[in-house]
Design a protein around this ligand. Structure first.
Ligand code: SF4
Length: 264
C-alpha cells in the first residue's frame, strides 16, 4: 500500500493556491486516488469548485456554535468522491489562524475515520508562512510534503523565498515549486532558475488561461468542466508528478539582490 501523502501548498496570497489545490485534487481523483482536500483559508473556497459551487459549513463555525460535530456535518463528497472539508477562519481581531487550523484538524481526525484511508490529503493553507501560526500544520506532523506556488513576478517570488527561509528554520524540506503563470516575460525560465538555485525543482508550469477562471466562476474545476483543455492536461501532469514525487530538499533561500537580478 502506498504511504499517505499529506501535502501543503504555500505561497503569496492571491497567487492561486485554492484553484491549484482543487484542480490537483480533481485530477488525482480522476486517476482513482482517494483524495481529501482540507481548506484552511478563511474565505473557505478551496472546495467550492469540487462541489458544483456549493459552500459547506466550516468546522470552526460549527464549533463556535457549540455543535457536537460529526463526520457528516463537516465532510462532504464532491467531484469523483473527493472528500471536502473547510476549516474556516478565526474570529476577526481575536483568533489565531494557525491555532484555529490545529483545533479544527484535531477535531476532524477524531470524528473522521475515513481520513486514514486517503491516498492524498491536500492542505490548502493561507498566508505566506511569515508567522509561526501558519506552519503549525507542519509542526504538528499533519503535513509530510510542502510545495510552494509562485509566479515569475518579484513579489510572489519574494514570498516564495521567504517561505524557503521559514521551512529551513523549522527543518522541513521542500518537495517542489509550482509556477502559476501570470504571463510575465521569460516566466518559466525565471521560476525554473529560482527552483534550481534554492536546490529544488519546478514541478509544473501552469499557463494563464481564461478557462480556469471561467470554470471557477461557474463553480467547477477545469478537470470537470473543461477536461479536454490543454490546461487540464497540465493539472493531470502536475498531479502525477506529485503522486510520484519522493524527493525533497532543504531549501537554501536566495539573497535579495540575487532574487532581484533573477526577475529583472
Ligand atoms: S501566529 Fe500567525 S496566524 Fe496566529 S495570530 Fe499571529 S499572525 Fe495570525
Amino acid at each position: 500500500m502506498m504511504a499517505q501523502k499529506r501535502i501543503a501548498i504555500y505561497g503569496k496570497g492571491g497567487i492561486g493556491k485554492s484553484s491549484t489545490a482543487s484542480n490537483v485534487a480533481a485530477a488525482c481523483a480522476d486517476q482513482g486516488h482517494r483524495v481529501m482536500i482540507i481548506g484552511c483559508d478563511p474565505k473557505s473556497d478551496s472546495s467550492i469548485t469540487l462541489l458544483g459551487g456549493k459552500r459547506i459549513p466550516t468546522i470552526l463555525d460549527l464549533l463556535r456554535q457549540k455543535i457536537d460535530v460529526t463526520e457528516k456535518d463537516v465532510v462532504f463528497e464532491g467531484y469523483k468522491g473527493v472528500k471536502c472539508v473547510e476549516v474556516g477562519g478565526p474570529e476577526p481581531g481575536i483568533g489565531c489562524a494557525g491555532r484555529g487550523i490545529i483545533v479544527a484538524i484535531q477535531k476532524l481526525s477524531k470524528v473522521c475515520e475515513s481520513m486514514k484511508d486517503m491516498d492524498l490529503i491536500i492542505y490548502d493553507v493561507p498566508g505566506d508562512i511569515v508567522c509561526g501560526g501558519f506552519v503549525a500544520p507542519i509542526r504538528k506532523g499533519l503535513v509530510n510534503e510542502a510545495y510552494i506556488l509562485t509566479s515569475g513576478e518579484y513579489m510572489p517570488l519574494y514570498a516564495a523565498n521567504n517561505i524557503c527561509r521559514g521551512l529551513a528554520k523549522i527543518n522541513t524540506p521542500l518537495s517542489g515549486i509550482i509556477c502559476n503563470s501570470r504571463s510575465v516575460t521569460r516566466e518559466e525560465e525565471i521560476v525554473r532558475k529560482f527552483s534550481e538555485e534554492i536546490g529544488s525543482k519546478l514541478m509544473a508550469f501552469i499557463p494563464k488561461e481564461q478557462i480556469v477562471q471561467d470554470c471557477e466562476r461557474d463553480g467547477f474545476s477545469v478537470l470537470e468542466k473543461a477536461s479536454d483543455s490543454s490546461v487540464a492536461s497540465v493539472y493531470r501532469e502536475l498531479a502525477n508528478a506529485i503522486m510520484n514525487n519522493d524527493s525533497s530538499v532543504m531549501p537554501a533561500a536566495l539573497e535579495d539582490a540575487r532574487l532581484r537580478e533573477l526577475t529583472r
